[in-house]
Ligand binder design. Structure first.
Ligand code: SF4
Ligand code: SF4
Length: 386
């Protein structure tokens, strides 16, 4: 089976991070082996990973470096990664590097390296200082906002291609418009807003989880701002919806009726189907002993992909299923007990938003038809880099 693109989300420092954000997705979890110690990818694993991945005949090879905090690996690790990419790439290769970071460890040299090597850098920013620092703190409880902004300025000065990833939580969701303005004031013109949906072990939502209707209202107000600033400011989800309406193909993985379009590589080379499902029950293999072909054909990978399709009864008869596809499996209540779980926690918010925005988006998209309830073939490369 050949693919146009099969992005890899690589976690070289696994779940390790220098911050201790109170709302962190990983804070409710442990490493697959139950350990909380710092785990780093070895040079041997990095080398094998890059050699093996670049041997795949893809149109684009997309490396998404993510964490925990990937910059904990230090500049030398990424310098080696780029050296290996150059060693194993031919003229026919198109290589993209994306780095998702909390931004606090970017030094002057790191910034220059990112600019020189054309990394696309996503920085986690939850809004102005009082909103960002509410959850995004060092272990000492000190807020990280100022450091992030200083380093953002450094990268912008060096010409690094920077975008913002904003987690909308119980604390900041009502301030979505302020966040949008704050980011644009800081000359960040590519935004990604991610809903914070976390369930506690007893199945109840975490205190920082976003309220579904507040999520819907935030989408509506962000949508208005995006409309006004269209062509100047990009909001990934709205761009993806427009793409879907124009092409009939899902623009982001949670809008697809099937998961399994990318893979996660952990620090030790272990492979999983999605960043939200890195747990022993979803382990597909290890790059030191498993081929990509074996991964793609793994029954667990197929089962995970198909789990997305298992919509609730409500979704099956929903007019928005062609755009929503029952939402991300992670957002479904009971997500971690099984991937074949129930209804999206965010449903009421999505319905509110779709009623408001889809007529406008349809007009923008022109006279094309919505995709059928059974969505068409998936475009490659849909990754939720949240
Ligand atoms: S992020 Fe959600 S929609 Fe995307 S692959 Fe993972 S479970 Fe599926
Ligand atoms: S809006 Fe709600 S009912 Fe409709 S597809 Fe999405 S999650 Fe399902």
């Amino acid at each position: 089976m050949l693919r146009n693109s099969f992005p890899l989300l690589i976690k070289p420092a696994s779940f390790s991070c220098n911050l201790q954000c109170k709302h962190c997705f990983y804070s409710l979890k442990t490493h697959g082996n139950g350990s909380q110690k710092q785990l780093h990818m070895s040079g041997k694993t990095l080398h094998r990973l890059i050699k093996m991945y670049l041997a795949l005949p893809l149109e684009r090879h997309v490396f998404i470096w993510q964490g925990g905090e990937p910059t904990l690996m230090g500049l030398q690790f990424f310098t080696h990664a780029v050296q290996y990419q150059k060693q194993y790439a031919t003229k026919a290769h198109t290589i993209e590097n994306c780095l998702q970071t909390n931004g606090t460890l970017i030094t002057k040299d790191f910034s220059k390296f990112l600019a020189r090597n054309h990394f696309l850098v996503g920085v986690s920013i939850d809004g102005p200082k009082h909103l960002h620092d509410f959850y995004r703190t060092y272990p000492t409880d000190k807020g990280s906002y100022q450091k992030v902004m200083d380093n953002l300025g450094l990268m912008q000065k060096d010409g690094v291609n920077v975008n913002a990833l904003t987690l909308l939580t119980a604390n900041n969701v009502q301030h979505a418009a302020d966040i949008f303005h704050h980011l644009t004031t800081k000359h960040i013109l590519h935004h990604q807003y991610i809903p914070c949906v976390e369930f506690q072990p007893d199945g109840s939502p975490a205190p920082w989880a976003v309220d579904p209707l507040e999520w819907g209202k935030a989408l509506c107000s962000l949508f208005d701002l995006w409309l006004e600033a269209r062509g100047r400011v990009s909001v990934r989800y709205f761009d993806a919806l427009l793409y879907t309406l124009m092409s009939g193909r899902p623009g982001i993985c949670h809008m697809d009726n099937r998961c399994g379009q990318y893979a996660v590589v952990e620090y030790d080379g272990s492979i999983y189907p999605c960043d939200f499902f890195v747990s022993p029950q979803w382990k597909l293999g290890n790059i030191h002993e498993t081929s990509w072909q074996e991964i793609w054909q793994h029954p667990l990978y197929t089962a995970f992909g198909q789990g997305k399709k298992t919509n609730s009864e409500k979704c099956s008869s929903c007019q928005w299923v062609g755009l929503c596809a029952g939402d991300c499996q992670k957002h479904r209540i009971g997500a971690y007990s099984t991937a074949h779980s129930q209804h999206s926690w965010l449903c009421n918010g999505y319905r509110l938003f779709f009623e408001y925005a889809v007529p406008i988006l349809r007009r923008l998209a022109g006279p094309t038809r919505l995709p059928e309830a059974a969505l068409p073939e998936v475009p490659e490369g849909n990754v939720n880099a949240g």
